[in-house]
Design a protein around this ligand. Structure first.
Ligand code: SF4
Length: 512
């Protein structure tokens, strides 16, 4: 994309109001509400190149996760996942206690801790810190929470040049694009698009060599680190017993962002706590193996306060902004389990729907199965009525999740809530009601099956694709059904039903 991004952030979740980063009139992260997934998903499924990038990358990551976790944990993998789930669940069950402990210990270490109820408050706190520090240049490491609050356009509007330093996020920023994966933000791009972005935006010579591309980014970013007066990061974990913020990166950019500038601000969701450093060890092992297939991320920074008198490196000021933004609502016992998420991205890689439609189709910061679950919780079920249905309920996400969040179970709960609150369309509710009734009575089910068979065979006859032969085997394909049934054949072919049904075959076989 070569357009200039327009920053159209507004606050609140009002239906119909566009919010978020807008490119060529398309709001990438926060589209107009209620969000209709179909247009973007149709566009994504028609883009073969995008599908190839996403499919190959997610498939590889999923295979690597399985190999690495099985080699590392063997038959103790299930027990390790149970342990990770128990640590997170225990912390969430006593979140008030651990939050207090974290605040006390972080404050004692010299950190200024702020609480933000929503995105607007979190951004306002950060802007105030930037203003008081007289910040002109900000370097930022990867943070999903700042995507959630849409901080960057606000800093830029205040005159603070803000540079993403994670390589993927940096390229996304150059392209005025939005991340499409929790861990690998530019999963929808390839080497050629990176080369074009560097040539166009940085004036670098065109090259597709990964080493050369990395060197171009490195040279550009080093200069920014040197001059930056504000560093912003997220936080993978918070450790209550020490008051530490932990970030995991593979590029070392996190350390530059948090130690080179005078002021460091960490944006972290309140659910990221673990009780002790011992618990942190378990979570780090799970996170690295399930997200990138590494034993440990290359850099794990445990930051406890600003620079001390005897230290050479580190910021003079360290702030932690603890963000709620809908999390305390999810903390109720019925949905608390969802907050165990450590944003490893494994459920995205395992999901057959994510692989087909990519991250932008979800119309929100968090995509894939966990996005389909928490986006409606954060931003209103009525605003995202398609997301609970954007799943085949195959269970691959549950199997992949290192903290055992039962995503399919909660998606079904959301679907039930949509029906009970009449968010589901009247026509859909009627159709499913009739379907349920027909399944409850043998004769209506048989009548429906018979009518459906006649209709499909008639369609195949009209299309000239009906083949004769064994009456008990499907013959020929349907690829252009009319009306609502066309939604199915627009993306895939369907076998023509056989002339005689399975029930007829069964009766014949079992005739005395
Ligand atoms: S839901 Fe589980 S698998 Fe998905 S990102 Fe969160 S921790 Fe990872």
């Amino acid at each position: 994309m070569s357009s200039t991004p327009s920053q159209s952030r507004t606050s609140g979740h009002d239906a119909g109001k566009p919010v978020g980063l807008s490119v060529n009139g398309h709001d990438l992260l926060f589209p107009p509400l209620p969000y209709d997934i179909h247009a973007r998903a149709d566009k994504a499924t028609a883009d073969k190149q995008l599908l190839d990038f996403v499919h190959v990358a997610t498939y590889r990551k999923d295979v690597t996760r399985k190999q690495v976790t099985s080699a590392a944990f063997g038959d103790r993998h299930g027990a390790f996942r149970d342990l990770g789930a128990a640590i997170k669940q225990h912390t969430l069950d006593h979140l008030d206690h651990y939050l207090e402990q974290f605040v006390d210990n972080a404050t004692a270490a010299g950190v200024k801790v702020h609480f933000a109820q929503n995105a607007e408050q979190a951004n306002a706190i950060c802007l105030d810190i930037a203003r008081r520090a007289g910040a002109k240049l900000c370097v930022k490491s990867k943070s999903m929470v700042t995507e959630e609050t849409q901080l960057l356009p606000q800093l830029e509007a205040m005159g603070v040049e803000t540079v993403e330093t994670d390589l993927g996020e940096f390229i996304i920023q150059l392209d005025h694009d939005a991340p499409s994966h929790i861990v690998t933000p530019m999963i929808h791009k390839n080497r050629q698009s990176v080369a074009r972005a560097f040539e166009r935006e940085l004036g670098a010579p065109y090259t597709e060599d990964p080493q050369e591309l990395t060197q171009i980014a490195r040279a550009h970013l080093r200069e920014k680190y040197r001059r930056a007066d504000l560093g912003i990061s997220g936080g993978n974990f918070l450790v209550a017993e020490t008051g530490s913020v932990v970030i995991c990166t593979n590029e070392g950019n996190g350390r530059f962002c948090t130690s080179a500038p005078r002021v460091h601000v960490a944006f972290v969701g309140i659910e990221k706590l673990v009780p002790t450093l011992e618990h942190l060890g378990v979570m780090l092992k799970l996170l690295a193996r399930t997200s990138t297939g590494q034993p440990l991320t290359v850099y794990t920074h445990v930051m406890t306060g600003p620079r001390r008198a005897h230290e050479h490196g580190g910021p003079d000021e360290m702030h932690v902004i603890l963000l709620d933004n809908g999390r305390t609502e999810i903390l109720k016992p019925e949905t608390r389990e969802m907050l165990r998420c450590i944003r490893c991205g494994a459920c995205l890689n395992a999901c057959p729907v994510y692989r087909k439609v990519g991250g932008h189709s979800y119309g929100a910061v968090y995509s894939g199965p966990i996005g389909a679950l928490i986006t409606p919780m954060f931003r209103g079920l009525a605003n995202y009525p398609d997301l609970p249905n954007a799943s085949s309920l195959c269970g691959a996400c549950y199997e992949a999740c290192p903290v055992k969040i039962n995503i399919p179970k909660y998606l079904i709960q959301l679907r039930a809530e949509m029906v009970s609150r009449r968010i589901t369309k009247w026509s859909d509710r009627m159709m499913y009601r009739m379907w349920a009734r027909s399944l409850g009575r043998g004769w209506t089910y048989r009548l429906g099956g018979w009518a459906q068979k006649l209709f499909f065979r008639w369609q195949a006859r009209v299309a000239g694709t009906l083949e004769s032969g064994d009456p008990y085997r499907a013959r020929g394909w349907l690829n252009d059904l009319p009306g609502a049934a066309g939604g199915w054949t627009s993306q895939r072919d369907m076998p023509t039903p056989p002339a005689r049904s399975f029930r007829q075959w069964w009766d014949e076989q079992n005739r005395p």
